[in-house]
Write a protein that binds this ligand. Structure first.
Ligand SMILES: [Zn+2]
Length: 351
């Protein structure tokens, strides 16, 4: 039977100086107890039976542990209601990635910072759509696994390198959404100044290709994390980080992928897309700055904004549409070869 936590219980806990964030996972919390927790700025976790997080999180422990903390303390943290809630959030984000076809096979991985140099992350060789909270792993910032029955993702180094380079990164998300990955394969940053949400919430850059999971790959991405929160990985996929929470890191993927689809549709309509003016973009960048989201364009002059020089919409098949018979022949060397072979065949036929 589930434990019921009443107002008296939480009041007694507070009187005894106990941490209010250590309520048993899945317990039923009465409305008056919830109000009391809210007044103490402790948000109760959603009950496990509800199938996930309802936007409520248990506040994190006041003292941040690190990889050198006593093993028993680290284990208690790994099994604490706070971490159990984060594990459920990882499963929830994984399911959303899979349902939107942003991951394929066992691809994609997600991580959440839970201490000075420790993180929770998703396991390797499991579809992100079908993970259980008990599959989650705890690692130190060198990638050593500390707890968890399954092996941690092989791409964890990249997440950790972002967290090391960018102290504000509390969560990271990596996946392979097809439209965004198409841009990454083409080595093309999506054009800008078309959709406000993209301008406000995402700051996109491209990192060159390296073998997934290698420190070289992680470094290239981490070096961009200062000014960018959403990084296209050439010939691979996308990785994002958030200074808010793991759902926010996931949202970058939705925003980027929807944007890349929209840009491709706009590029096929036979008309140059309308774009916002540099002045209008300036307003969006001001909102972005207020939200604490980095962007290399913050502080640029208006004439330097909305530069889409790399973008070539409407570049289509190279076949001459007029079917002009006078169109020049292709390659003189190839023509020479064809004529030499034809001569040889004719000689043989004659012989
Ligand atoms: Zn990948």
């Amino acid at each position: 039977m589930k434990k019921v936590i009443t107002l008296k219980d939480v009041e007694d806990m507070a009187r005894r100086g106990e941490s209010l964030s250590n309520l048993p996972a899945g317990a039923i919390i009465t409305p008056s107890a919830k109000d009391f927790l809210k007044s103490k700025k402790v948000a109760p976790a959603a009950p496990a039976a509800s199938g996930g997080n309802l936007g409520l999180t248990i506040s994190e422990p006041a003292v941040k542990l690190n990889s050198k903390s006593p093993k028993a303390e680290l284990e208690a943290l790994f099994n604490s209601p706070w971490c159990e809630d984060l594990k459920r959030q990882l499963c929830d984000m994984g399911r959303r990635l899979w349902e939107r076809a942003y991951v394929d096979g066992n691809g994609g991985n997600i991580a959440i910072r839970i201490g000075e140099d420790i993180a929770l992350c998703t396991p390797t060789l499991v579809s992100k759509g079908f993970m259980q909270p008990e599959d989650m792993c705890m690692v130190d910032f060198e990638g050593n696994q500390l707890f968890g029955r399954k092996k941690r993702t092989s791409e964890i180094l990249m997440h950790l390198q972002i967290m090391k380079a960018q102290p504000r990164a509390v969560a990271t998300c990596h996946c392979h959404p097809p439209y965004s990955t198409g841009f990454a394969v083409a080595g093309l940053e999506p054009p800008t100044c078309m959709i406000p949400e993209y301008e406000v919430f995402a700051s996109v850059a491209i990192a060159p290709y390296r073998t997934p999971g290698t420190p070289e790959m992680g470094k290239l991405v981490a070096d961009l994390s200062d000014k960018h929160n959403t990084i296209l990985m050439a010939n691979h996929g996308v990785v994002s980080w958030s200074h808010n929470n793991v759902e926010d890191a996931y949202f970058k993927m939705e925003i980027l992928e929807a944007y890349c689809r929209t840009v491709l549709v706009a590029a096929q309509l036979g008309k140059k897309p309308n774009t916002m003016t540099p002045n209008q973009l300036q307003d969006l960048l001001a909102i972005k700055q207020n939200l604490g989201i980095p962007d290399p364009r913050i502080g640029l002059k208006e004439c330097e904004l909305c530069d889409n020089n790399e973008w070539r919409p409407g570049v289509a098949c190279a076949v001459d549409a007029s079917c002009n018979p006078a169109a020049p022949a292709t390659d003189p060397a190839a023509e020479e070869l064809v004529s030499a072979i034809t001569d040889q065949i004719m000689q043989k036929l004659k012989g």
